[in-house]
Design a protein around this ligand. Sequence first.
Ligand code: ZN
Length: 280
Amino acid sequence: MITDFLPTYYEAMGSNPTYTILRSIVVDGHEVAWMRFEGTVTIEGKDNPYAGNMLRCECDFKKGVGWQLYKGKPYGIGRHEETCLPRQAAMHLRQLELRSEYLRRFKKTTYGDVSFLPQLTDKIVRDLIKKAKAGEFIGEDGNGAEFWGGYFYLQTLAGILDQPMRDIWEEVDKLVTQKKISLEGAVVQKYRKPPAPTWEEWFRIEDDGVIGIASLPTHSKMQQVWKLEIYAPDGTRQQEGTLPLSYSPDFGPDIDDVEEVTQELKKLMSCPNPKESTKE
Ligand SMILES: [Zn+2]
């Protein structure tokens, strides 16, 4: 059980954060638990508390499986999250449990079997958001959705409703159109009005007074392209255009995209001024 491994774990890794079991699910003698972690992080000499809930299992705390000492220093080992079968089973079991909870709760409103659940996507999404906000285990590991500013993944909803992803997309798109939720990839978020499109200059090149500027979209709801601008030495804008990005610029543009836009800028800058040439 997890509590058997905790003392050795804390001794090696330190007790920041500490872990508390909120709900334990034992599968084939292997304990998987929805746990609360609480710790502090020091920023500019000030201690800031942090806390959250996530799925953990014996693997995480067991020496030689989740962590190891190397030259006296502790290291986390690999990503056993995906390979631990009891852990996968625990998420699946929780999704089944939620499915029967919703069947029970909504049974009287419509038919009586699992096929009516997709018609209740609206209510179920709302309830899952409520549960996620309250820090409840809803059948996912608790790692990703929060990082993306959301509540849960559509894959989890698909598991609970026992529906293929393409049907889930269809149902959920309706909720987006009705402005009930927003999506960031496959993460469900509360509804947000898409922000106005703005651009951030990424770099500029100068050649003989002519300036070429490449900018990136500041958020994912904008068209994912480079914006290119060419300015004459007197500061007037001569040309403007876009160039598609091959990769998402979430963590900065890909090196291939930078190479491509640099070539394109140079090409545009070496062209004769199109406005002047039409005047002649
Ligand atoms: Zn495990």
